[in-house]
Design a protein around this ligand. Structure first.
Ligand code: SF4
Ligand code: SF4
Length: 211
């Protein structure tokens, strides 16, 4: 019985090796000989929207598949499909929607390298806390996605933008809450605090009366 099992496993391994190697080789072969290599004219071509950034180049509307004007001369005979856009799932620079943020701090706590800094205050008419600080240090972010996954309101998300190169290191640290909004939020928080105090005093008084 043991011998039969051994022989079956032996041939099974051979079969698996041959099929997986063949599949890999087939993909390499197909790509090398049957698929056209495409060069998009970046940065004239906007690979996020699939359009043209350069006025001298035809716009996406006027482009006819397979987008010959954007291809090198040797590629113009290609008639197959051509994806001129980045994948929708592409993880680019982080985006942030302050209107959705409840300042729960989950993103900051889950970030393994302290890229995000959040602070918030309680104000009237806003669920959770309203952010007074939301800072992302793009120079450190490693696009792991923990913050995006943990955010309960989708306030922090991946955009498809990737052009973040700069000569100034400090410009990679972005504060999403403007100084004006920050001050406004602090004032509103103070108003909310005062109202809460008044309510508390009124409640205590009514409780004392009932006793
Ligand atoms: S993507 Fe990862 S590293 Fe970047 S801010 Fe989010 S949790 Fe931090
Ligand atoms: S996890 Fe989402 S809602 Fe919470 S602080 Fe971060 S961005 Fe705001």
């Amino acid at each position: 019985m043991k011998i039969i099992k051994g022989i079956t496993a032996y041939f099974g391994n051979i079969y698996e090796s041959v099929t997986t190697i063949s599949m890999g080789m087939w993909i390499t072969f197909k790509t090398a000989f049957f698929e056209r290599k495409v060069t998009l004219q970046y940065p004239s071509h906007d690979i996020i929207d699939g359009g043209s950034k350069d006025a001298s180049l035809p716009s996406k509307k006027n482009l006819k598949p397979p987008f010959e004007p954007l291809l090198g001369a040797s590629q113009q005979i290609y008639k197959g499909p051509l994806n001129t856009e980045l994948s929708k799932r592409y993880r680019g620079l982080l985006g942030y929607d302050e209107l959705k943020c409840i300042s729960c701090l989950l993103c900051a706590q889950d970030c393994p390298i302290d890229v995000i800094r959040v602070k918030g205050v309680k104000i009237e008419g806003r669920k959770g806390k309203a952010p007074t600080t939301f800072r992302i240090d793009y120079s450190k972010c490693m696009f792991c996605g923990f913050c995006v996954e943990v955010c309960p309101t989708d306030a922090v998300f991946f955009t498809r933008r990737f052009e973040g190169a700069t000569f100034e290191y400090r410009t990679l640290i972005r504060e999403f809450i403007s100084p004006e909004l920050y001050l406004e939020r602090l004032q509103l928080a103070e108003v909310a605090k005062q109202k809460a105090k008044v309510k508390k005093v009124q409640r205590q008084k009514s409780e004392e009366k009932e006793q």
